[in-house]
Design a protein around this ligand. Structure first.
Ligand SMILES: [Zn+2]
Length: 282
């Protein structure tokens, strides 16, 4: 599978395993998937186009689907990767065969769409170094994309055969489960309960640290350090962390020099007598 701007391609570290019909141009691309969570625990599916720069990655948040039908439509855009038809396999392509075929727009803009064979013109195969070279021509009708309904003659090298067996993809299944649970009002992630809590303290080399969630996204670490010092006389360092998705808040890791200081600050923040609210009410 190819994409329109292949120049800044990067090698893919893992074998690609799915094709994705991109909503942008309706063409099929080979992709890898990952489920990511932002700092608020909202999940999104990262679609990474194989052999293309990460700048072309797409993120699909789990909460973007308005209905189960919309989610199923999205799920239907994935299927196992097609494989290039070999010259000696051309006999398996007959009238009515459906496959994924490439069409080159302009000089080198190669895109893949599904097509069905209308007619076949067989030619004698040549032999080059003992290998059969197919000279047959297949007239296809395109099923979707910009050429939908049009007829084009193509050759064996333009044809990819679709994998008939659907192999489970745990990453996609996991994401679809999350999105389905949201739609069913059955969000099991428990992030709402976690959102206002502090995560356990841990030791890092020569200091102690813990995470604070639900901070204003434009909070400056200096402001936070000053606030902590003003309230507790403790010197701390705050390191902010942002997720990959647009968010309304962020998390921060607070570092303190000693365990005693860290405990003192935790006691202060966890004390129900102190409710720490930002000027905007967060
Ligand atoms: Zn042939």
């Amino acid at each position: 599978m190819a994409r329109k701007t292949p120049s800044d391609a990067v090698p893919t570290p893992a074998p690609p395993n799915l094709d994705f019909r991109a909503p942008g141009d309706d063409a099929w691309y080979e992709v890898r998937l990952a489920v990511e969570e932002d700092v608020e625990g909202e999940a999104a599916l990262r679609v990474m186009y194989c052999n293309f720069s990460g700048a072309l990655d797409e993120l699909y948040p789990a909460d973007r689907f308005a209905s189960l039908r919309e989610l199923e439509e999205f799920a239907g855009r994935f299927r196992p990767s097609s494989v290039q038809l070999q010259d000696e396999e051309c006999g398996m392509v007959v009238e009515g065969t459906e496959f994924c075929a490439s069409h080159t727009f302009g000089d080198r803009d190669v895109r893949f769409y599904d097509a069905v064979v209308e007619s076949v013109r067989r030619s004698k195969h040549r032999s080059v170094n003992g290998e059969a070279i197919c000279n047959c021509t297949f007239v296809v009708i395109w099923k979707h994309g910009p050429l939908a309904g049009e007829r084009t003659p193509i050759n064996v090298q333009d044809i990819c055969i679709m994998e008939q067996k659907w192999l489970q993809n745990p990453t996609l299944d996991h994401f679809l489960d999350i999105a389905r649970n949201r739609l069913n009002g059955n969000d099991k992630t428990g992030k709402q309960a976690e959102r206002y809590s502090l995560r356990p303290m841990f030791r890092e080399k020569n200091h102690y640290a813990f995470w604070i969630d639900n901070l204003e996204k434009d909070l400056s670490p200096i402001t936070m350090n000053d606030f902590i010092y003003g309230q507790t006389s403790l010197s701390s360092q705050l390191e902010l962390s942002y997720g990959v998705l647009p968010v309304t808040s962020c998390s921060g890791m607070v570092h303190l020099r000693t365990e005693k200081d860290a405990k003192k600050l935790l006691d202060f923040l966890l004390d129900p007598a102190h409710i720490v609210v930002s000027s905007r009410g967060r």
